[in-house]
Write a protein that binds this ligand. Structure first.
Ligand SMILES: C[S@@+](CC[C@H](N)C(=O)[O-])C[C@H]1O[C@@H](n2cnc3c(N)ncnc32)[C@H](O)[C@@H]1O
Length: 359
């Protein structure tokens, strides 16, 4: 036993275990910036499938400085992101890391996850200030890495699950979309989900909305570039006041918990849906009790929630601040307070849970 200057009895071995765990975590925290660096400079893409490369060869292929690249590679090797061969002095990107770090079509694609984490950290001094007073900090106030990182983080999951699992899990919705339905994608951000649905269901029309005008401009541009410009329209509007009525389907992807007044949003969805319409709510995976979320996924989500979701909600009217780990019971309360009589969980992945609400 060791006695500290505060006369707290501590187990010296456990203390050092915790210190070494923290060393690992500081390395991992700094790696967030290094992954974004590798993504931006094209280092992972140049390594993918290239076989063993020396720092000079990698720098040459990417038009970067050999000295920086050598240091970056050593940090990547120490974290098992690349493999180092001491005999040749060369570095290889293993195939699994190559997929996760360079293939935007893979559900395992990671650079967006790191980009939104980096953006969250860049803005964290503002959250420290806000935590003193309880003030909010709006989604629209964040650096661009938060907005773009969010899109790049979520899109692979939507590509993998939205058409294959989530929409088919809703009662009768795919048949309506195939025939021709009117859909509102609320809190759509850069419109990744709106565009994916518009490409899959050419007889349907999609109205994306978000309160952040910068995101809506990007969504419009990306829909046009994806050839989905004609069947999509985008407007800057809060969830409690988007335009139109008679929707067959309203979707909300990872945004209900970010809203200040999700009950007002739920009421508006109720008022704009057809009587036989469906509201699909995609939320971060979470259990109802804190102890159910004390795991790596819950840790990441509680951390994003502290830096992004909770301040976003607190910045808006009502400021209910559900948090990213709200859990099914609280989402159900919001939905039923909005006038819905039917609510059920229809699908889940390790990262998301999907609910169906009907009037
Ligand atoms: C985590 S992002 C998700 C964006 C998008 N749905 C996606 O899956 O990529 C949350 C989004 O909710 C939007 N948002 C927050 N509060 C809102 C509100 N009251 N009304 C409409 N959109 C809101 C933000 O602007 C942001 O685009």
């Amino acid at each position: 036993m060791t006695t500290t200057n505060q006369a707290i009895q501590v187990d010296g071995d456990k203390l050092m275990q915790f210190v070494f765990r923290a060393v690992d975590e500081v390395g991992a925290t700094l790696n967030t910036a290094l992954v974004v660096m590798g993504d931006r400079l094209g280092l992972y893409r140049a390594l993918a499938g290239a076989g063993p490369l020396s720092p000079a060869e990698l720098a040459d292929r990417t038009g970067t400085s050999e000295r920086y690249v050598r240091e970056w590679l050593n940090a990547q090797a120490a974290g098992d992101y690349v493999a180092y061969d001491p005999d040749s002095g060369r570095y290889t990107l293993p195939p699994e890391q190559a997929v996760a770090l360079t293939d935007p079509d893979s559900p395992a694609y990671l650079p967006g996850f790191f980009q939104i984490a980096l953006g969250s950290m860049l803005d964290s001094p503002k959250i420290v200030d806000a935590a003193r007073t309880g003030a909010g900090f709006g989604w629209h106030e964040h650096v661009h890495d938060v907005h773009e990182g969010c899109e790049r983080f979520f899109r692979p999951g939507y590509n993998a699950h939205l058409l294959a699992d989530w929409l088919p899990a809703l009662d009768g919705v795919v048949a309506k979309l195939e025939r021709g339905a009117l859909v509102a994608d609320v809190g759509c951000g850069h419109g990744a989900s709106t565009i994916l649905m518009a490409q899959a269901f050419p007889n349907s029309t999609f109205a994306g909305s978000d309160y952040h005008d910068g995101s809506i401009e990007t969504a419009r541009r990306q829909a046009k570039a994806a050839g989905a410009g004609e069947r999509t329209r985008f407007e800057t509007a809060p969830a409690a006041a988007y335009s139109g009525t008679g929707y067959d389907l309203v979707t909300m992807f990872d945004c209900l918990h970010d809203m200040g007044d999700p009950v007002a949003a739920a009421r508006h969805v109720h008022g704009t849906l057809k009587s036989d319409g469906t509201w699909m709510i995609v939320e971060p995976y979470a259990g109802d009790r804190v102890e159910e979320n004390l795991n790596p996924v819950g840790r990441a989500y509680y951390s994003f929630s502290t830096l992004l979701c909770t301040p976003a909600s607190l910045s808006q009217d009502a400021g209910l601040a559900l948090g990213a780990q709200a859990g099914e019971a609280r989402i159900r309360d919001v939905v039923t307070a909005g006038g819905f009589t039917h609510f059920r969980r229809v699908a889940e992945t390790p990262f998301n849970v999907v609910f169906e609400a009907r009037p």
